[in-house]
Design a protein around this ligand. Structure first.
Ligand code: TNX
Length: 521
């Protein structure tokens, strides 16, 4: 749901590097309201504590995350201390869970900076983490240093930020099926997402080229299906412990993991692992091509649903978040009857194990709209069915390929970045910013849109450095599109604020593309 009110107060002229002048408040995504108070800066010092509302796990978690972030660069001890509910902190930094705020969006928060201290207030856990993301960007660039920085005054400009998200769902999809990414690198990606108020990490765990999640009752899925990748270049999978640890890492940064298990197509790695999932009962060799396999799950065979029961049960059990994505894209070679049967069975399993189903847009017509979240990625495929599902109550996440597919190249011609594809066109930063979620499909009811997602497919993307080069800075454009009010869309202002993120990403060791569209400092 979109809101149009906003009041962005104009800033002073001071840039991040102009000495004693008040630093400019520059935040991505653009907050709803920023009210600078030049005389009210606060300087973080060695004696400060990070206070959190007593008895609130959410406040403790957010305070713990913030303190951990600040300790290394500042070298300050920054103990986390409790402050009784309903009371103010005695100065320093405070994360206050204020029940009175629960009536507003779960993601909303305020940050107040006065000479006495910094206070982040929110009604829910999400809001506190969003406040932390904002506060990080108010601190000097060197707060992102992975090492201790001596002699930096940790000054925070005075003022007030009042903020709330445009959409409840702001996601990033990472395809670890085509090319496997070790858990440590996924954590690194998560750490970057948290900076920009992305609150869901959608992990594309299975596809034709690879199966990446251990299923203890079906060991061949990873023993065989995890043994290769697109082009035969990578292999691997997450053990259940590694997956749980990823989920916990994400949650401790305010991010919910959405696991995806693909079917009935994009499932060749499973077929290669268990022949009984195919029409003829014989396991085909692994699929290492870059494009999709022509072979998918047998829809009429009971073995398919026996396997899916095992998989969905185990994945649901290790996923605390509400969602389970069942894929369902590119099914043109199937009959509507078969698709209705397949998705009917899959929906039953997802419900049986207590999760909310998400499916790619092609599945929309075959699911109960009121019980479905559908993910849009391209126009002209099944527009009418998608609109009908949305009218029937389905919620829609939008990941438009021509704006939000991070595997598209930035520009035509010989690229300075060796990776990516261009089947949906090239996508420069401006294009990844120049869209509104409610305008993608004529006739799609605006109120059905629940959020946005930036998708990083990896057929032609290898490793975290290439992933980051494609994701940054375009992910910031999708993050802002999902967070900031519709009326705040402003390319020039965005490009300026992105420029200010360059040094922060560099400090943090995050690779990014220095697109010539931005005047990087
Ligand atoms: C289309 S988007 C696909 C993916 C590919 C991607 C490459 C979608 C639901 N299907 O399987 O990885 O294009 O850009």
């Amino acid at each position: 749901e979109s809101r149009s009110q906003m009041s962005v107060t104009t800033q002073g002229a001071g840039g991040p590097s102009d000495g004693g002048a008040a630093p400019r408040i520059s935040v991505v995504p653009q907050p709803v309201s920023v009210q600078p108070d030049a005389g009210a800066a606060y300087e973080l010092t060695a004696g400060d504590a990070v206070h959190a509302t007593a008895g609130s796990r959410a406040a403790q978690d957010a305070a713990g995350f913030l303190a951990e972030l600040l300790r290394t660069p500042t070298g300050f001890p920054l103990p986390v201390r409790e402050v009784p509910a309903g009371e103010e902190a005695p100065g320093g930094v405070a994360l206050l869970l204020d029940e009175a705020d629960t009536a507003t969006d779960p993601g909303s928060y305020t940050v107040d900076v006065t000479p006495r201290g910094v206070t982040i207030r929110a009604g829910e856990r999400e809001g506190l983490f969003n406040g932390v993301a904002t506060l990080r960007q108010l601190l000097p660039v060197r707060i992102d240093s992975p090492e201790r920085v001596e002699g930096c005054p940790w000054r925070i400009p005075g003022g007030r930020v009042i903020d709330r998200p445009r959409y409840v769902y702001r996601g990033a999809m990472l395809d670890v099926a085509r090319n496997f990414m070790p858990a440590a690198d996924v954590k690194r990606y998560i750490d970057s997402l948290a900076r920009y108020k992305i609150n869901h990490l959608h992990l594309h765990l299975t596809d034709d080229q690879g199966w990446r999640i251990e299923i203890t009752s079906r060991p061949e899925l990873t023993a065989t299906g995890g043994g290769s990748g697109a082009g035969g270049i990578s292999k691997g999978h997450y053990t259940q412990d590694e997956y749980r640890d990823l989920v916990a890492h994400a949650w401790s940064r305010g991010i919910t993991v959405v696991p995806e298990i693909e079917g009935p197509n994009h499932a060749h790695a499973a077929l290669a692992s268990y022949g009984e999932l195919t029409e003829d009962g014989a396991a085909p060799p692994l699929h290492v091509g870059y494009g999709p396999s022509q072979q998918g799950l047998a829809i009429q065979g009971e073995e398919t649903y026996a396997l899916l029961d095992d998989v969905i049960r185990e994945v649901a059990a290790m996923t605390p978040g509400p969602y389970l994505h069942v894929g369902g894209d590119e099914t043109d070679n199937r009959t509507p009857e078969d698709l209705a049967h397949y998705f009917g069975r899959v929906a039953q399993l997802v419900r049986k194990y207590g999760k909310q189903l998400i499916g790619w847009q092609e599945s929309a017509a075959h699911l109960e709209p009121a019980d479905t979240v559908t993910e849009f990625w391209v126009q002209g495929r099944n527009d009418e069915q998608l609109i009908a599902a949305a009218e029937g109550g389905a919620k829609v996440i939008v990941a438009p390929c021509e704006h939000a597919y991070l595997d598209m190249r930035y520009a035509p011609g010989k690229p300075e970045y060796p990776v990516g594809t261009d089947w949906a066109g090239t996508v420069d930063l401006r294009k990844s910013y120049a869209w509104q979620p409610e305008d993608l499909l004529d006739g799609l009811p605006a109120k059905a849109v629940m959020g946005v997602e930036a998708a990083l497919w990896t057929e032609v993307v290898f490793g975290i450095d290439q992933a980051e080069l494609l994701a940054f800075p375009r992910l910031l454009a999708v993050a802002e599109t999902g967070w900031s009010p519709a009326a705040a869309k402003d390319w020039d202002g965005f490009a300026e604020r992105v420029a200010a993120q360059g040094p922060r990403l560099r400090q943090a060791g995050v690779n990014y593309y220095r697109t010539p569209e931005v005047r990087w400092p």
